[in-house]
Design a protein around this ligand. Structure first.
Ligand code: ARG
Length: 564
Protein backbone atom coordinates (compact mmCIF):
# COMPACT_ATOMS: atom_id res chain seq x y z
CA UNK A 1 0.00 0.00 0.00
CA UNK A 2 1.34 3.42 -0.90
CA UNK A 3 2.18 5.72 1.98
CA UNK A 4 -0.25 8.52 2.58
CA UNK A 5 2.19 11.22 1.47
CA UNK A 6 3.11 9.31 -1.69
CA UNK A 7 -0.46 8.90 -2.81
CA UNK A 8 -1.35 11.25 -5.66
CA UNK A 9 -4.91 12.48 -6.09
CA UNK A 10 -6.25 12.03 -9.59
CA UNK A 11 -6.42 15.10 -11.84
CA UNK A 12 -10.15 15.46 -11.58
CA UNK A 13 -10.04 15.58 -7.81
CA UNK A 14 -7.09 17.96 -7.75
CA UNK A 15 -9.04 20.31 -10.00
CA UNK A 16 -12.17 19.85 -7.93
CA UNK A 17 -10.19 20.97 -4.88
CA UNK A 18 -9.11 24.13 -6.68
CA UNK A 19 -12.65 24.86 -7.84
CA UNK A 20 -13.98 24.19 -4.38
CA UNK A 21 -11.77 26.99 -3.11
CA UNK A 22 -12.76 29.29 -5.94
CA UNK A 23 -16.49 28.67 -5.42
CA UNK A 24 -16.14 29.48 -1.74
CA UNK A 25 -14.28 32.67 -2.52
CA UNK A 26 -16.59 33.74 -5.34
CA UNK A 27 -19.83 33.11 -3.46
CA UNK A 28 -19.08 33.65 0.22
CA UNK A 29 -22.73 34.25 1.02
CA UNK A 30 -23.91 30.84 -0.09
CA UNK A 31 -25.11 29.09 3.05
CA UNK A 32 -23.80 25.66 2.04
CA UNK A 33 -20.57 24.56 0.39
CA UNK A 34 -21.03 24.32 -3.34
CA UNK A 35 -19.91 21.02 -4.72
CA UNK A 36 -17.63 21.59 -7.70
CA UNK A 37 -18.78 19.92 -10.92
CA UNK A 38 -15.60 19.04 -12.76
CA UNK A 39 -15.51 16.79 -15.81
CA UNK A 40 -13.19 15.88 -18.62
CA UNK A 41 -13.74 18.39 -21.39
CA UNK A 42 -16.14 17.66 -24.18
CA UNK A 43 -14.79 20.49 -26.35
CA UNK A 44 -11.40 21.24 -27.81
CA UNK A 45 -11.00 24.36 -25.68
CA UNK A 46 -9.63 22.62 -22.67
CA UNK A 47 -8.75 19.36 -20.97
CA UNK A 48 -11.28 19.70 -18.15
CA UNK A 49 -14.20 21.95 -17.44
CA UNK A 50 -16.05 23.20 -14.41
CA UNK A 51 -19.80 23.22 -14.98
CA UNK A 52 -21.15 25.05 -11.93
CA UNK A 53 -22.01 28.40 -13.52
CA UNK A 54 -25.25 27.47 -15.22
CA UNK A 55 -26.86 25.98 -12.15
CA UNK A 56 -25.73 28.84 -9.97
CA UNK A 57 -26.96 31.46 -12.41
CA UNK A 58 -30.40 29.89 -12.54
CA UNK A 59 -30.47 29.86 -8.78
CA UNK A 60 -29.19 33.45 -8.42
CA UNK A 61 -31.49 34.98 -11.01
CA UNK A 62 -34.19 35.27 -8.43
CA UNK A 63 -32.29 37.22 -5.80
CA UNK A 64 -28.74 38.19 -6.81
CA UNK A 65 -29.01 40.89 -9.42
CA UNK A 66 -25.47 41.81 -10.28
CA UNK A 67 -24.93 38.89 -12.66
CA UNK A 68 -26.02 39.99 -16.10
CA UNK A 69 -25.55 36.58 -17.62
CA UNK A 70 -24.21 33.09 -17.01
CA UNK A 71 -20.91 34.10 -18.56
CA UNK A 72 -20.35 36.54 -15.72
CA UNK A 73 -20.88 33.78 -13.16
CA UNK A 74 -18.30 31.65 -14.95
CA UNK A 75 -15.96 34.63 -15.01
CA UNK A 76 -16.23 34.98 -11.24
CA UNK A 77 -15.46 31.31 -10.74
CA UNK A 78 -12.46 31.61 -13.02
CA UNK A 79 -10.85 34.67 -11.45
CA UNK A 80 -11.17 33.22 -7.97
CA UNK A 81 -9.22 30.07 -8.83
CA UNK A 82 -6.19 29.83 -6.58
CA UNK A 83 -2.92 29.89 -8.52
CA UNK A 84 -1.68 26.42 -9.37
CA UNK A 85 1.19 25.04 -11.38
CA UNK A 86 -1.13 22.43 -12.85
CA UNK A 87 -3.12 24.98 -14.83
CA UNK A 88 -1.76 26.53 -18.00
CA UNK A 89 -4.75 28.70 -18.88
CA UNK A 90 -8.49 29.04 -18.45
CA UNK A 91 -11.29 30.37 -20.63
CA UNK A 92 -15.06 30.67 -20.45
CA UNK A 93 -17.11 28.49 -22.76
CA UNK A 94 -20.71 28.83 -23.99
CA UNK A 95 -23.03 28.42 -21.00
CA UNK A 96 -20.47 29.73 -18.53
CA UNK A 97 -18.33 26.70 -18.04
CA UNK A 98 -14.71 27.25 -17.18
CA UNK A 99 -12.33 25.48 -19.52
CA UNK A 100 -9.04 24.43 -18.05
CA UNK A 101 -5.97 23.71 -20.08
CA UNK A 102 -3.42 21.80 -18.07
CA UNK A 103 0.22 22.75 -18.10
CA UNK A 104 2.46 20.55 -20.26
CA UNK A 105 5.21 20.95 -17.74
CA UNK A 106 3.04 19.82 -14.90
CA UNK A 107 1.81 16.76 -16.83
CA UNK A 108 5.36 15.82 -17.74
CA UNK A 109 6.59 16.24 -14.18
CA UNK A 110 3.70 14.23 -12.76
CA UNK A 111 4.37 11.35 -15.13
CA UNK A 112 8.05 11.33 -14.36
CA UNK A 113 7.28 11.34 -10.64
CA UNK A 114 5.10 8.27 -11.15
CA UNK A 115 7.96 6.56 -12.98
CA UNK A 116 10.18 7.12 -9.96
CA UNK A 117 7.66 6.47 -7.18
CA UNK A 118 5.77 3.66 -8.89
CA UNK A 119 2.29 3.30 -10.36
CA UNK A 120 0.88 2.37 -6.96
CA UNK A 121 1.00 6.08 -6.12
CA UNK A 122 -1.71 6.49 -8.76
CA UNK A 123 -4.00 3.99 -7.11
CA UNK A 124 -7.48 5.42 -6.53
CA UNK A 125 -8.91 5.89 -3.06
CA UNK A 126 -12.38 4.49 -2.51
CA UNK A 127 -14.70 5.21 0.41
CA UNK A 128 -14.76 1.53 1.47
CA UNK A 129 -12.48 -0.66 3.53
CA UNK A 130 -13.59 -4.22 2.92
CA UNK A 131 -15.50 -5.64 0.00
CA UNK A 132 -16.94 -9.06 -0.70
CA UNK A 133 -17.00 -10.03 -4.36
CA UNK A 134 -19.20 -13.07 -4.86
CA UNK A 135 -18.30 -14.44 -8.27
CA UNK A 136 -17.87 -17.54 -10.43
CA UNK A 137 -20.08 -19.63 -8.09
CA UNK A 138 -20.75 -22.72 -10.20
CA UNK A 139 -23.00 -25.54 -9.07
CA UNK A 140 -21.63 -28.82 -7.81
CA UNK A 141 -22.23 -31.82 -10.06
CA UNK A 142 -22.79 -29.52 -12.98
CA UNK A 143 -20.29 -28.43 -15.54
CA UNK A 144 -19.22 -24.79 -15.45
CA UNK A 145 -20.98 -22.99 -18.26
CA UNK A 146 -20.24 -19.87 -20.24
CA UNK A 147 -22.22 -17.83 -17.71
CA UNK A 148 -19.92 -19.01 -14.95
CA UNK A 149 -16.99 -18.11 -17.16
CA UNK A 150 -18.25 -14.56 -17.60
CA UNK A 151 -18.82 -14.28 -13.87
CA UNK A 152 -15.31 -15.59 -13.18
CA UNK A 153 -13.64 -13.21 -15.58
CA UNK A 154 -15.67 -10.10 -14.75
CA UNK A 155 -15.59 -10.79 -11.01
CA UNK A 156 -11.85 -11.34 -11.04
CA UNK A 157 -11.26 -8.06 -12.80
CA UNK A 158 -13.52 -6.16 -10.42
CA UNK A 159 -11.73 -7.76 -7.47
CA UNK A 160 -8.36 -6.80 -8.95
CA UNK A 161 -9.38 -3.19 -9.54
CA UNK A 162 -10.69 -2.88 -6.00
CA UNK A 163 -7.58 -4.47 -4.52
CA UNK A 164 -5.41 -2.04 -6.49
CA UNK A 165 -7.50 0.76 -4.97
CA UNK A 166 -6.30 -0.30 -1.51
CA UNK A 167 -9.54 -2.03 -0.60
CA UNK A 168 -9.43 -5.35 1.21
CA UNK A 169 -11.18 -7.80 -1.09
CA UNK A 170 -12.77 -11.09 -0.04
CA UNK A 171 -13.18 -13.23 -3.13
CA UNK A 172 -16.04 -15.59 -2.44
CA UNK A 173 -17.02 -18.59 -4.48
CA UNK A 174 -20.66 -19.15 -3.53
CA UNK A 175 -20.79 -22.63 -5.04
CA UNK A 176 -24.11 -24.43 -5.19
CA UNK A 177 -23.20 -27.27 -2.85
CA UNK A 178 -26.34 -27.68 -0.79
CA UNK A 179 -29.99 -28.36 -1.36
CA UNK A 180 -32.48 -31.05 -2.22
CA UNK A 181 -30.72 -32.11 -5.42
CA UNK A 182 -28.04 -33.75 -3.28
CA UNK A 183 -30.54 -36.31 -2.07
CA UNK A 184 -30.86 -37.87 -5.47
CA UNK A 185 -27.21 -37.43 -6.30
CA UNK A 186 -26.23 -39.31 -3.18
CA UNK A 187 -28.76 -42.08 -3.75
CA UNK A 188 -27.60 -42.47 -7.28
CA UNK A 189 -24.02 -42.69 -6.06
CA UNK A 190 -24.96 -45.37 -3.52
CA UNK A 191 -26.55 -47.38 -6.28
CA UNK A 192 -23.44 -47.28 -8.40
CA UNK A 193 -20.77 -47.71 -5.75
CA UNK A 194 -20.72 -49.91 -2.75
CA UNK A 195 -17.95 -47.90 -1.16
CA UNK A 196 -17.93 -44.14 -1.30
CA UNK A 197 -14.11 -44.27 -1.52
CA UNK A 198 -14.40 -45.92 -4.93
CA UNK A 199 -16.12 -42.97 -6.47
CA UNK A 200 -14.07 -41.62 -9.33
CA UNK A 201 -14.17 -38.84 -11.85
CA UNK A 202 -16.15 -40.70 -14.47
CA UNK A 203 -18.83 -41.06 -11.87
CA UNK A 204 -19.23 -37.34 -11.91
CA UNK A 205 -19.90 -37.11 -15.61
CA UNK A 206 -22.50 -39.82 -14.97
CA UNK A 207 -23.86 -37.73 -12.17
CA UNK A 208 -24.05 -34.71 -14.44
CA UNK A 209 -26.00 -36.57 -17.04
CA UNK A 210 -28.18 -38.01 -14.36
CA UNK A 211 -28.72 -34.66 -12.73
CA UNK A 212 -29.67 -33.08 -15.99
CA UNK A 213 -32.27 -35.60 -16.94
CA UNK A 214 -33.83 -35.88 -13.46
CA UNK A 215 -36.20 -38.39 -15.06
CA UNK A 216 -35.56 -41.00 -12.47
CA UNK A 217 -36.58 -38.64 -9.71
CA UNK A 218 -39.82 -37.75 -11.46
CA UNK A 219 -40.87 -41.26 -12.48
CA UNK A 220 -39.45 -43.68 -9.92
CA UNK A 221 -41.50 -43.14 -6.77
CA UNK A 222 -39.35 -45.35 -4.56
CA UNK A 223 -36.21 -43.57 -5.70
CA UNK A 224 -37.80 -40.22 -5.08
CA UNK A 225 -38.65 -41.22 -1.53
CA UNK A 226 -35.13 -42.48 -0.86
CA UNK A 227 -33.72 -39.26 -2.25
CA UNK A 228 -35.92 -37.15 -0.02
CA UNK A 229 -34.88 -39.13 3.02
CA UNK A 230 -31.27 -38.80 1.98
CA UNK A 231 -31.58 -35.01 2.11
CA UNK A 232 -32.87 -35.20 5.66
CA UNK A 233 -30.11 -37.57 6.68
CA UNK A 234 -27.49 -35.41 5.03
CA UNK A 235 -28.76 -32.31 6.75
CA UNK A 236 -28.94 -34.24 9.98
CA UNK A 237 -25.23 -34.84 9.59
CA UNK A 238 -25.27 -38.61 9.24
CA UNK A 239 -21.73 -39.58 8.42
CA UNK A 240 -22.31 -41.89 5.45
CA UNK A 241 -24.32 -39.17 3.76
CA UNK A 242 -21.89 -36.44 4.69
CA UNK A 243 -19.11 -38.52 3.23
CA UNK A 244 -20.89 -39.08 -0.05
CA UNK A 245 -21.68 -35.40 -0.26
CA UNK A 246 -18.06 -34.47 0.42
CA UNK A 247 -16.97 -36.86 -2.27
CA UNK A 248 -19.30 -35.39 -4.84
CA UNK A 249 -18.17 -31.85 -4.00
CA UNK A 250 -14.51 -32.84 -4.07
CA UNK A 251 -14.68 -34.24 -7.57
CA UNK A 252 -16.50 -31.20 -8.93
CA UNK A 253 -14.05 -28.94 -7.16
CA UNK A 254 -11.14 -30.60 -8.95
CA UNK A 255 -12.79 -29.82 -12.28
CA UNK A 256 -13.43 -26.20 -11.32
CA UNK A 257 -9.87 -25.78 -10.08
CA UNK A 258 -8.50 -26.77 -13.48
CA UNK A 259 -10.31 -23.82 -15.00
CA UNK A 260 -9.28 -21.44 -12.25
CA UNK A 261 -5.71 -22.45 -12.80
CA UNK A 262 -5.96 -21.85 -16.55
CA UNK A 263 -7.42 -18.45 -15.89
CA UNK A 264 -5.08 -17.56 -13.02
CA UNK A 265 -8.03 -16.83 -10.77
CA UNK A 266 -8.08 -17.39 -7.03
CA UNK A 267 -11.24 -17.72 -5.03
CA UNK A 268 -12.14 -18.70 -1.54
CA UNK A 269 -14.84 -21.32 -1.48
CA UNK A 270 -17.74 -20.24 0.71
CA UNK A 271 -20.50 -22.37 -0.69
CA UNK A 272 -24.18 -22.46 0.15
CA UNK A 273 -23.57 -25.16 2.78
CA UNK A 274 -21.39 -22.77 4.74
CA UNK A 275 -24.40 -20.60 5.57
CA UNK A 276 -26.67 -23.45 6.47
CA UNK A 277 -26.15 -23.03 10.23
CA UNK A 278 -27.14 -19.37 9.93
CA UNK A 279 -30.56 -20.03 8.44
CA UNK A 280 -33.39 -20.00 10.97
CA UNK A 281 -35.08 -23.40 10.70
CA UNK A 282 -38.59 -22.49 11.79
CA UNK A 283 -40.18 -23.17 8.43
CA UNK A 284 -37.77 -25.98 7.73
CA UNK A 285 -36.97 -23.92 4.73
CA UNK A 286 -33.83 -23.98 2.82
CA UNK A 287 -33.70 -22.30 -0.53
CA UNK A 288 -31.58 -20.11 -2.76
CA UNK A 289 -33.02 -16.87 -1.40
CA UNK A 290 -32.84 -17.70 2.29
CA UNK A 291 -29.25 -18.82 1.83
CA UNK A 292 -28.41 -15.55 0.17
CA UNK A 293 -30.04 -13.62 2.98
CA UNK A 294 -28.04 -15.57 5.55
CA UNK A 295 -24.89 -15.02 3.51
CA UNK A 296 -25.55 -11.29 3.25
CA UNK A 297 -26.04 -11.12 6.99
CA UNK A 298 -22.76 -12.95 7.45
CA UNK A 299 -20.86 -10.62 5.10
CA UNK A 300 -22.19 -7.58 6.91
CA UNK A 301 -21.95 -8.70 10.52
CA UNK A 302 -19.24 -11.33 10.69
CA UNK A 303 -16.97 -10.24 7.88
CA UNK A 304 -17.76 -6.56 8.40
CA UNK A 305 -17.79 -5.86 4.69
CA UNK A 306 -19.06 -2.45 3.63
CA UNK A 307 -19.75 -3.37 0.03
CA UNK A 308 -21.04 -6.72 -1.21
CA UNK A 309 -20.90 -7.31 -4.93
CA UNK A 310 -22.60 -10.21 -6.71
CA UNK A 311 -21.59 -11.12 -10.24
CA UNK A 312 -24.16 -13.23 -12.10
CA UNK A 313 -26.11 -13.12 -15.33
CA UNK A 314 -28.89 -10.52 -15.56
CA UNK A 315 -31.43 -13.30 -15.21
CA UNK A 316 -30.80 -13.25 -11.47
CA UNK A 317 -31.39 -9.53 -11.09
CA UNK A 318 -34.86 -9.99 -9.62
CA UNK A 319 -33.60 -12.48 -7.10
CA UNK A 320 -31.00 -10.03 -5.85
CA UNK A 321 -33.43 -7.10 -5.85
CA UNK A 322 -35.60 -9.17 -3.57
CA UNK A 323 -32.74 -10.15 -1.28
CA UNK A 324 -31.53 -6.56 -1.04
CA UNK A 325 -34.92 -5.14 -0.29
CA UNK A 326 -35.50 -7.79 2.39
CA UNK A 327 -32.18 -6.78 3.94
CA UNK A 328 -33.26 -3.13 3.89
CA UNK A 329 -36.54 -4.05 5.54
CA UNK A 330 -34.65 -5.89 8.23
CA UNK A 331 -32.52 -2.81 8.79
CA UNK A 332 -29.29 -4.55 7.83
CA UNK A 333 -28.74 -2.19 4.93
CA UNK A 334 -29.60 1.50 4.74
CA UNK A 335 -32.48 2.40 2.41
CA UNK A 336 -30.35 4.90 0.57
CA UNK A 337 -28.16 3.17 -2.04
CA UNK A 338 -25.79 6.12 -1.94
CA UNK A 339 -24.51 5.18 1.52
CA UNK A 340 -22.54 2.26 2.87
CA UNK A 341 -22.80 -0.56 3.64
CA UNK A 342 -24.34 -1.44 0.36
CA UNK A 343 -24.99 -4.41 -1.88
CA UNK A 344 -24.75 -4.36 -5.67
CA UNK A 345 -25.69 -6.84 -8.32
CA UNK A 346 -23.35 -6.88 -11.29
CA UNK A 347 -25.41 -8.42 -14.07
CA UNK A 348 -24.17 -9.48 -17.46
CA UNK A 349 -25.76 -10.54 -20.71
CA UNK A 350 -25.72 -13.73 -22.70
CA UNK A 351 -22.98 -15.06 -24.86
CA UNK A 352 -24.40 -15.79 -28.30
CA UNK A 353 -23.17 -18.10 -31.01
CA UNK A 354 -22.53 -16.72 -34.46
CA UNK A 355 -26.03 -17.85 -35.40
CA UNK A 356 -27.37 -15.29 -32.92
CA UNK A 357 -28.64 -17.99 -30.60
CA UNK A 358 -27.41 -18.94 -27.17
CA UNK A 359 -23.83 -20.10 -27.52
CA UNK A 360 -23.29 -23.86 -27.78
CA UNK A 361 -21.01 -26.13 -29.73
CA UNK A 362 -22.04 -28.70 -32.29
CA UNK A 363 -21.35 -31.60 -30.01
CA UNK A 364 -22.77 -30.52 -26.70
CA UNK A 365 -25.53 -28.45 -25.31
CA UNK A 366 -23.36 -26.53 -22.91
CA UNK A 367 -20.01 -25.31 -24.05
CA UNK A 368 -17.27 -26.92 -22.05
CA UNK A 369 -15.11 -24.10 -20.82
CA UNK A 370 -11.92 -26.05 -21.02
CA UNK A 371 -12.58 -26.75 -24.69
CA UNK A 372 -13.21 -23.14 -25.36
CA UNK A 373 -9.95 -21.98 -23.82
CA UNK A 374 -8.16 -24.83 -25.54
CA UNK A 375 -9.51 -23.89 -28.91
CA UNK A 376 -8.37 -20.28 -28.54
CA UNK A 377 -4.92 -21.57 -27.70
CA UNK A 378 -4.81 -24.08 -30.54
CA UNK A 379 -5.87 -21.49 -33.08
CA UNK A 380 -3.20 -19.07 -31.86
CA UNK A 381 -0.60 -21.80 -31.97
CA UNK A 382 -1.41 -22.72 -35.56
CA UNK A 383 -1.19 -19.12 -36.58
CA UNK A 384 2.10 -18.52 -34.77
CA UNK A 385 3.66 -21.60 -36.35
CA UNK A 386 2.56 -20.60 -39.82
CA UNK A 387 3.95 -17.13 -39.35
CA UNK A 388 7.26 -18.46 -38.14
CA UNK A 389 7.55 -20.77 -41.13
CA UNK A 390 6.71 -17.94 -43.48
CA UNK A 391 9.36 -15.75 -41.92
CA UNK A 392 11.93 -18.48 -42.39
CA UNK A 393 10.93 -18.91 -46.02
CA UNK A 394 11.12 -15.17 -46.64
CA UNK A 395 14.47 -14.93 -44.91
CA UNK A 396 13.15 -12.40 -42.39
CA UNK A 397 15.32 -12.19 -39.32
CA UNK A 398 13.24 -12.54 -36.19
CA UNK A 399 13.30 -14.44 -32.96
CA UNK A 400 13.05 -18.14 -33.61
CA UNK A 401 10.72 -19.60 -31.03
CA UNK A 402 11.04 -23.10 -29.74
CA UNK A 403 7.98 -25.32 -29.73
CA UNK A 404 7.65 -24.75 -26.00
CA UNK A 405 7.85 -20.99 -26.27
CA UNK A 406 5.28 -21.01 -29.02
CA UNK A 407 2.96 -23.00 -26.79
CA UNK A 408 3.46 -20.55 -23.97
CA UNK A 409 2.75 -17.55 -26.15
CA UNK A 410 -0.29 -19.19 -27.70
CA UNK A 411 -1.67 -19.91 -24.25
CA UNK A 412 -1.16 -16.39 -22.99
CA UNK A 413 -2.62 -14.80 -26.09
CA UNK A 414 -5.44 -17.30 -26.51
CA UNK A 415 -6.66 -17.04 -22.92
CA UNK A 416 -6.20 -13.30 -22.90
CA UNK A 417 -8.34 -13.07 -26.02
CA UNK A 418 -11.21 -14.91 -24.35
CA UNK A 419 -10.95 -12.81 -21.21
CA UNK A 420 -10.69 -9.50 -22.97
CA UNK A 421 -13.72 -10.18 -25.15
CA UNK A 422 -15.71 -10.82 -22.03
CA UNK A 423 -14.53 -7.62 -20.39
CA UNK A 424 -14.52 -5.10 -23.19
CA UNK A 425 -18.22 -5.25 -23.93
CA UNK A 426 -20.56 -3.31 -21.76
CA UNK A 427 -21.40 -6.26 -19.58
CA UNK A 428 -25.17 -5.84 -19.81
CA UNK A 429 -25.33 -6.38 -23.54
CA UNK A 430 -25.28 -9.84 -25.08
CA UNK A 431 -22.27 -10.50 -27.24
CA UNK A 432 -21.42 -12.87 -30.02
CA UNK A 433 -18.64 -15.30 -29.39
CA UNK A 434 -16.31 -15.36 -32.35
CA UNK A 435 -12.78 -16.73 -32.28
CA UNK A 436 -12.04 -14.94 -35.51
CA UNK A 437 -12.91 -11.59 -34.01
CA UNK A 438 -11.22 -12.07 -30.68
CA UNK A 439 -8.00 -13.35 -32.23
CA UNK A 440 -7.77 -10.44 -34.64
CA UNK A 441 -4.49 -8.54 -34.55
CA UNK A 442 -6.23 -5.26 -35.32
CA UNK A 443 -8.89 -3.38 -33.45
CA UNK A 444 -9.92 -3.50 -29.83
CA UNK A 445 -8.58 -6.96 -28.98
CA UNK A 446 -6.20 -8.44 -26.43
CA UNK A 447 -4.03 -9.68 -29.28
CA UNK A 448 -3.51 -6.15 -30.59
CA UNK A 449 -2.75 -4.89 -27.09
CA UNK A 450 -0.30 -7.67 -26.30
CA UNK A 451 1.59 -7.03 -29.52
CA UNK A 452 1.58 -3.27 -28.94
CA UNK A 453 2.99 -3.82 -25.48
CA UNK A 454 5.77 -6.08 -26.74
CA UNK A 455 6.59 -3.56 -29.47
CA UNK A 456 7.08 -0.76 -26.95
CA UNK A 457 9.16 -3.02 -24.73
CA UNK A 458 11.41 -3.73 -27.66
CA UNK A 459 11.76 -0.02 -28.54
CA UNK A 460 13.06 0.56 -25.03
CA UNK A 461 15.31 -2.45 -25.10
CA UNK A 462 16.80 -1.66 -28.50
CA UNK A 463 17.67 1.86 -27.38
CA UNK A 464 20.42 0.36 -25.24
CA UNK A 465 19.82 3.01 -22.62
CA UNK A 466 19.51 2.33 -18.95
CA UNK A 467 15.89 3.25 -18.53
CA UNK A 468 15.99 2.92 -14.73
CA UNK A 469 18.69 5.55 -14.60
CA UNK A 470 16.93 7.82 -17.09
CA UNK A 471 13.94 8.02 -14.79
CA UNK A 472 15.96 10.21 -12.45
CA UNK A 473 18.62 11.67 -14.73
CA UNK A 474 16.56 12.34 -17.81
CA UNK A 475 13.75 14.80 -18.18
CA UNK A 476 10.38 14.33 -19.78
CA UNK A 477 8.95 17.08 -21.98
CA UNK A 478 5.72 17.05 -23.95
CA UNK A 479 6.18 19.56 -26.75
CA UNK A 480 4.69 17.68 -29.66
CA UNK A 481 0.91 17.55 -29.74
CA UNK A 482 0.92 13.76 -29.95
CA UNK A 483 3.25 13.53 -26.97
CA UNK A 484 0.89 15.71 -25.01
CA UNK A 485 -2.20 13.73 -25.96
CA UNK A 486 -0.49 10.52 -24.89
CA UNK A 487 0.78 12.12 -21.68
CA UNK A 488 -2.60 13.50 -20.72
CA UNK A 489 -4.20 10.12 -21.35
CA UNK A 490 -1.64 8.41 -19.14
CA UNK A 491 -2.52 10.86 -16.38
CA UNK A 492 -6.18 9.89 -16.65
CA UNK A 493 -5.44 6.32 -15.63
CA UNK A 494 -6.24 6.81 -11.96
CA UNK A 495 -9.63 8.43 -12.46
CA UNK A 496 -10.61 5.84 -15.05
CA UNK A 497 -9.87 2.98 -12.65
CA UNK A 498 -11.81 4.80 -9.96
CA UNK A 499 -14.80 5.20 -12.26
CA UNK A 500 -14.59 1.61 -13.44
CA UNK A 501 -14.67 0.56 -9.76
CA UNK A 502 -17.55 2.75 -8.71
CA UNK A 503 -19.60 1.77 -11.75
CA UNK A 504 -18.41 -1.85 -11.58
CA UNK A 505 -17.62 -1.68 -15.28
CA UNK A 506 -14.30 -3.22 -16.37
CA UNK A 507 -15.25 -2.21 -19.93
CA UNK A 508 -14.37 1.37 -19.00
CA UNK A 509 -10.83 0.25 -18.36
CA UNK A 510 -10.75 -1.64 -21.68
CA UNK A 511 -11.84 1.47 -23.56
CA UNK A 512 -9.15 3.44 -21.84
CA UNK A 513 -6.58 0.76 -22.62
CA UNK A 514 -7.49 0.56 -26.29
CA UNK A 515 -7.30 4.35 -26.62
CA UNK A 516 -3.95 4.36 -24.88
CA UNK A 517 -2.59 2.01 -27.47
CA UNK A 518 -4.04 4.15 -30.28
CA UNK A 519 -2.52 7.33 -28.84
CA UNK A 520 0.78 5.57 -28.57
CA UNK A 521 0.65 4.47 -32.21
CA UNK A 522 -0.02 8.03 -33.29
CA UNK A 523 2.83 9.34 -31.16
CA UNK A 524 5.23 6.74 -32.51
CA UNK A 525 4.20 7.49 -36.06
CA UNK A 526 4.80 11.22 -35.74
CA UNK A 527 7.59 11.46 -33.20
CA UNK A 528 10.91 9.82 -33.91
CA UNK A 529 12.26 8.14 -30.80
CA UNK A 530 15.58 6.46 -31.40
CA UNK A 531 18.33 8.73 -32.65
CA UNK A 532 16.28 11.92 -32.22
CA UNK A 533 17.23 14.93 -30.11
CA UNK A 534 14.31 14.10 -27.84
CA UNK A 535 15.29 10.47 -27.45
CA UNK A 536 15.61 10.49 -23.66
CA UNK A 537 12.30 12.19 -23.09
CA UNK A 538 10.52 9.99 -25.58
CA UNK A 539 11.96 6.84 -24.11
CA UNK A 540 10.58 7.95 -20.77
CA UNK A 541 7.20 8.41 -22.38
CA UNK A 542 7.49 4.87 -23.80
CA UNK A 543 8.38 3.59 -20.34
CA UNK A 544 5.39 5.38 -18.79
CA UNK A 545 3.13 3.85 -21.44
CA UNK A 546 4.49 0.39 -20.75
CA UNK A 547 4.04 0.91 -17.01
CA UNK A 548 0.41 1.91 -17.34
CA UNK A 549 -0.24 -0.83 -19.89
CA UNK A 550 1.23 -3.47 -17.59
CA UNK A 551 -1.10 -2.33 -14.83
CA UNK A 552 -4.08 -2.38 -17.18
CA UNK A 553 -3.24 -5.95 -18.15
CA UNK A 554 -2.90 -6.87 -14.51
CA UNK A 555 -6.28 -5.37 -13.64
CA UNK A 556 -7.86 -7.36 -16.46
CA UNK A 557 -6.21 -10.58 -15.29
CA UNK A 558 -3.84 -10.83 -18.25
CA UNK A 559 -0.12 -11.54 -18.02
CA UNK A 560 1.73 -9.86 -20.89
CA UNK A 561 5.09 -10.88 -22.32
CA UNK A 562 7.91 -8.48 -23.22
CA UNK A 563 8.61 -10.55 -26.32
CA UNK A 564 5.98 -12.17 -28.39
N1 ARG B 1 -24.70 -20.95 -8.26
C1 ARG B 1 -25.41 -19.92 -8.92
C2 ARG B 1 -25.56 -20.23 -10.40
O1 ARG B 1 -24.72 -20.85 -11.00
C3 ARG B 1 -24.76 -18.56 -8.78
C4 ARG B 1 -24.61 -18.07 -7.39
C5 ARG B 1 -24.39 -16.59 -7.33
N2 ARG B 1 -24.15 -16.10 -6.00
C6 ARG B 1 -25.10 -16.01 -5.06
N3 ARG B 1 -24.73 -15.56 -3.87
N4 ARG B 1 -26.35 -16.30 -5.28
O2 ARG B 1 -26.54 -19.85 -10.97
Amino acid sequence: MADEEEHVENMKRQLANLFYASLRAAFPNEPNDIEPLVAASTTKFGDYQCNNALGLFTKFKRNVTHYVNVHAVGQDIMINLPPSEMIESCSIGGPGFVNVKLSNDWIAKSIQKMLVDGIETWAPRLPVKRVVVDFSSPNIAKEMHVGNLRSTIIGDSIARMLAFSNVEVLRHNHVGDWGTQFGMLIEYLFEKFLNVEDVNETAISDLQAFYKSKKRFDTDVAFKERAQKAVVRLQGGESKYRQAWTQICEISRKEFDKIYECLGVHLEEMGESFYNPYIPKKDGGYNYASTDLAALWYHLNEEKADWIIYVTDVGQQQHFDMVFSAAKHAGWLPDDDGTYPKASHVGFGLVLGEDGKRFRTRSSEVVRLVDLLDEAKVRMLEEAKEKQEQRLKDGIIAIHWTEEELEQIAEIVGYAAVKYTDLKNNRLTNYTFSFKQMLNHKGNTAVALLYAYARICSIIEKSDQNIQELKTTGSLVLDHVDERTLGLHLMRFSEVVEEACSNLLPSMLCDYFHNLSEYFTKFYLNCQVSGSAEETSRLLLCEATVTVMRKCFHLLGIVPRDKI
